[in-house]
Design a protein around this ligand. Structure first.
Ligand code: PLP
Length: 460
């Protein structure tokens, strides 16, 4: 159906290139235009209400109408709407936020660098590590390991770390051929051998990682390992028991850094303040964004330990400057909103709230969907989860992609008032605002159940 001329939809089709959208098909389908939000709900330009099962893009942790964040931004806008942090300039919001992050870090961190997005933060972390190793006389120690199905963003270095085909195909990624190495995905349901326990699977993955490190030149050439505690865009993949302990033991052996990408998991999502704490990770570098400001304004952060900082300090003293930074690094208004967000997390004991409501969501997901005829696996921890659709539960077989089972479920979800997102293998993710209540989780899953039943009928 052609949208009326001058409608939002028509003007969008005429002018916008959308991220993560089939640009050609979009010319026919058009957008869903959202105009406002309240709590865990959003409303489109026709006034229809939806529960945002993914908080936008794993983002609006405090819901869509937090007045305190609005006030924090307004006050800072009036006081100092912009200043930068190049050439030793500073301002209080950035100083306060850096201090708060260091205090809350899951391992001992030394300094914080600010960016605007998760991608920028991952690119920055990688540049820091390369810079450090050059400065410390280890110019060959540059190879970085990430996992197949990882998502670390889309700027060229971050996209190279990412392990998803759509982020590589036609983009000439990974760049710097040979420096980006992808190892096995820690997803027991699909990747474990028949009868292999979670622990044995974890041991095998750690052994495979070690073999790859040795093949790639060992400690002399291998610099770091990147990981999301729970892999998000790859389908909400929760690691098997003992996985990160075993991986960290390997990294120690080869003098490699652990970079925790906490862009989704940070700030309570998994039921601990950091995903690193849920999975016993002691990161050397930590990347966060999204829930840092409840995503009301763009801001990301990279925390580095003393070793990385010393490398950067050494290098910048030789070059004369640490030649890296964004115009908006530590932007005062974004920093003010992030400070207020962290204060709200503390005051409302958000981690305890997630532990309680998350346990409810996990139990309900399993109770309602584990035995559903078109659901293969239900997984998750805290307030992050997924149901993976399956054409044949026993064989763990996905639906033929031509059937578009995931996108069709999203469409049915929209009709029933819930925004869903389909990922690899028709995995449907859940990552609602952290402030969601148990009653709202039930309401959200009622709408999902209705949509899933309708899809099962359609696919029969
Ligand atoms: N890292 C993780 C784990 C993410 O989930 C994302 C985005 O979803 C990114 C990095 C990239 O963040 P951005 O889209 O802000 O660049």
């Amino acid at each position: 159906m052609t949208p009326p001329r001058n409608s939002n939809a028509a003007r969008d089709i005429a002018n916008v290139l959308h991220p993560y959208t089939d640009a050609k098909a979009f010319q026919q389908t058009g957008p869903l235009v959202i105009t406002r939000g309240k709590g865990v709900k959003i409303y489109d330009d026709q006034g229809k209400e939806y529960i945002e099962a993914l908080a936008g893009l794993w983002c609006a942790s405090l819901g869509f109408d937090n007045e305190r964040l609005v006030n924090a931004a307004t006050e800072q806008m009036r006081k100092l709407p912009f200043y930068h942090s190049f050439t030793a300039k500073s301002h209080e919001p950035m100083i306060d936020l850096a201090e708060m992050l260091i205090e809350r870090a899951p391992s001992k961190m030394s300094k914080v660098f600010f960016g605007n997005s998760g991608s920028e933060a991952n690119d920055s972390a990688l540049k820091m590590i390369w810079y450090m190793n050059n400065a410390m006389g280890k110019p060959n120690k540059k190879k970085v390991f990430a996992r197949l199905k990882a998502y670390h963003g889309i700027t060229l270095a971050a996209a190279s770390l990412t392990g998803l085909p759509a982020n590589h195909k036609l983009f000439d990624a990974p760049i710097a051929n040979g420096r980006f190495i992808h190892v096995g995905t820690p997803h027991h349901y699909h990747e474990a051998k028949p009868g292999e326990s979670e622990e044995d699977f974890a041991t095998r993955l750690a052994e495979e990682l070690e073999a790859k490190i040795i093949a790639e030149g060992g400690a002399d050439e291998c610099a770091a390992f990147w990981a999301e505690p729970v892999m998000g865009a790859g389908g909400v993949l929760v690691p098997p028991k003992t996985y990160f302990e075993k991986v960290q033991a390997v990294l120690k052996k080869y003098d490699m850094l652990f970079v925790a990408d906490e862009v989704i998991c940070g700030f309570g999502r998994t039921g601990s303040y950091w995903g690193s704490q849920t999975f016993n990770i002691q990161p050397d570098v930590l990347v966060c964004a999204k829930a840092l400001s409840s995503s009301y304004l763009p801001i990301s952060a990279v925390m580095v330990n003393e070793q990385v900082f010393q490398g950067i300090a050494e290098g910048s003293s030789t070059v004369g400057t640490w030649g890296h930074g964004f115009t908006y690094s530590g932007h005062p208004v974004a920093a003010a909103v992030a400070i207020e967000t962290l204060k709200i997390y503390d005051e409302t004991k958000i981690v305890d709230h997630v532990a309680e409501v998350g346990a409810h969501m996990q139990a309900e997901l399993r109770k309602r969907f584990s035995d559903h005829p078109i659901v293969g696996e239900v997984r998750g921890v805290g307030l992050i989860g997924a149901i993976e659709l399956s054409a044949d539960k026993a064989a763990k077989k996905p639906f033929d992609p031509a059937k578009k089972a995931g996108p069709r479920l999203c469409k049915l979800g929209e009709e029933n008032g819930v925004i869903l997102r389909a990922m690899a293998n028709d995995s449907m993710g859940f990552s609602p605002p952290l402030v969601i209540t148990k009653a709202e989780v039930t309401e959200m899953l009622d709408r999902v159940a209705k949509s899933l039943d309708a899809l099962a009928v359609e696919l029969r």
